[in-house]
Write a protein that binds this ligand. Structure first.
Ligand SMILES: *Cc1c(COP(=O)(O)O)cnc(C)c1O
Length: 230
């Protein structure tokens, strides 16, 4: 048994609970996604035995390899940049795609989901800080993208996702999380279509998930903090 993963998980869950207390939130509103990219199946299985069901991966090939080896109630989340020509391959293995960064990608997902005769939950990725190196819609593109994507019948837009900049002090990212929360709140009442109910705000990683929870995250994506350095 890998004590480290078990202990790390307990610590991360405690930290999430404490952040919820500080911000008067219900910890049940926050889903921990264990980011297992580059890590072996044994590490994932250990996390699974501790109760984790949601895993984040950023490479299509890795998801295709790992998914059939995990118990059937494991939920895979695609969190990395997704190329349109890989959508069909990855779709059968994932419950949610967090990294939808263009209308064309959403359209490809729609076509693949229709073909498979299923619905797929997606999040729109927002490049809040406007970093050159990052994918995602700019904040002022979101509402138009949302309108277009909401007309796709097999794609359900559940909310927004961001990857905050790498910073020394997690407080530096608080304004980023506040801004994504505000975008999310502003979009909710528009109620584009009742199959597109917005309930998910995916933000926060190992370095800053506690701040993200304080600012309203409903999904945090933690890799290093659970599985150790990559
Ligand atoms: C790798 C990754 C994470 C997890 O990063 P850690 O710092 O190891 O917690 C979260 N989100 C995305 C999109 C990632 O690619």
């Amino acid at each position: 048994m890998n004590i480290t993963i078990t202990e790390n998980l307990t610590q991360v869950q405690k930290n999430i609970a404490a952040a919820c207390v500080r911000s008067s939130r219900n910890p049940r509103e926050v889903t921990l996604i264990a980011v297992s990219k580059t890590k072996p199946l044994e590490a994932m299985q250990e996390a699974y035995r501790c109760g984790v069901r949601d895993f984040g991966e950023n490479k299509v090939q890795e998801i295709i390899k790992k998914a059939p080896e995990m118990p059937p109630d494991t939920r895979f989340h695609m969190i990395g940049h997704l190329q349109r020509n890989k959508v069909r391959q990855v779709l059968p293995h994932v419950v949610m795609i967090h990294s939808v960064d263009s209308v064309r990608l959403a359209q490809e997902i729609e076509l693949a989901a229709e073909k498979e005769n299923r619905m797929i939950d997606i999040l729109l990725e927002v490049n809040v800080a406007g970093e050159e190196s990052k994918f995602g819609f700019s904040p002022d593109e979101i509402s138009e993208a949302m309108e277009q994507i909401c007309s796709f019948p097999h794609v359900h837009v559940r909310g927004l996702m961001t990857i905050a900049p790498f910073v020394e002090n997690s407080e530096e990212n608080r304004p980023i999380f506040k801004k994504l929360f505000q975008l999310y709140v502003d979009m909710k009442p528009k109620n584009y279509d009742n199959s597109n109910i917005m309930t998910v705000l995916s933000m926060g990683m190992t370095g800053d998930y506690e701040v993200a929870v304080e600012e309203g995250a409903t999904m945090v994506r933690v890799g290093t903090g659970i599985f150790g350095a990559r």
